[in-house]
Design a binder for this molecule. Structure first.
Ligand code: ATP
Ligand code: MG
Length: 255
């Protein structure tokens, strides 16, 4: 059984059905890439996995570790070990990186019936995590995402992975506009933690990052469904041929 199992998922935003019968399995300890043209519904899927209230599941199920979480609140999902990095992270004025991380870590601890983390322990943990992901110390006193460069946002994402060690992370990547160093930050973070018990669903339409991350499985989305699945060779095929041939295959199958 896959860690994250999505079956016949239909999701509506406002009055529009965006996911239309999507099936997807994401396994523990493996890296899954989700690709697909603009507007095919990738971010919608990520939001539905996290339980964003604007995304209404009208049919189908999402299960995590064998539990049906289709109706679970977002904080319940994150407490169970699902993590999401957003395509467009928001800035939170007045909240520093350190404060934010402490809030997130404590929310998890509280949910698990643990006491808030002691300041000293938190500092040590943060320093270790920052060292692992190669972030300078001054970073922790910056305001969250405020004026962060693309690369710094990525570092923040990976820092959260390092602190929270989620079992499943959904990374919705804006790899456009990121320089190679920023891509490397994400790639290193994913490679470091995915090998341990974390399953990863990395959403991207640029193949560059997938040369650094090496997915175990590749899923291609079209019009609200997964229409093709394969191994890393699929990334090369898409790189050479684009998405047109998949559309033709689909039209051929429907005719
Ligand atoms: N809040 C919303 N209100 C109305 N329509 C929405 C909303 N969010 C998404 N959509 C629509 O759903 C469709 C899928 O959008 P989504 O953001 O999931 O695509 P995507 O595959 O992530 O695209 P991209 O590759 O550009 O990131 C689009 O047609 C989009 O306009
Ligand atoms: Mg998107």
């Amino acid at each position: 059984m896959a860690e994250l199992e999505i079956r016949n998922l239909h999701v509506r935003v406002e009055d529009k059905e965006i996911l239309r019968g999507l099936d997807l399995d994401v396994e523990k300890g493996r890296i899954h890439a989700l690709m697909g043209p603009n507007g095919s519904g990738k971010s919608t899927l990520a939001n539905a996995i996290m339980g964003h209230p604007a995304f209404e599941v009208t049919e189908g199920t999402i299960s995590f570790k064998g539990t049906d979480i289709t109706e679970a609140a977002p904080d319940e999902r994150s407490r169970m070990g699902v993590f999401m990095a957003f395509q467009y992270p928001v800035a939170i004025p007045g909240v520093t990186v350190a404060k934010y991380l402490r809030m997130v870590v404590n929310a998890h601890r509280e949910a698990n019936g643990e006491e808030p983390i002691k300041l000293k322990a938190f500092r040590r943990q943060t320093e270790e995590a920052m060292e692992l992901v190669n972030i300078p110390r001054e970073f922790s006193s910056r305001y969250l995402n405020d004026g962060f460069s693309g690369g710094e946002k990525k570092r923040m994402e990976v820092l959260q992975l390092a602190m929270l060690r989620p079992e499943m992370s959904v990374l919705d990547e804006t790899d456009s506009g990121l320089d190679i160093d920023a891509l490397n930050v994400v790639a290193e973070g994913v490679n470091r933690y995915a090998g341990e018990d974390m399953g990863v669903l990395i959403i991207t339409h640029y193949q560059r990052i997938l040369h650094l991350v090496k997915p175990d499985a590749v899923h291609v989305m079209f019009d609200g469904r997964i229409v093709k699945e394969g191994g890393p060779e699929l990334v090369d095929q898409l790189e050479k041929k684009g998405y047109g041939w998949i559309r033709e295959e689909l039209e051929g199958a429907a005719a």
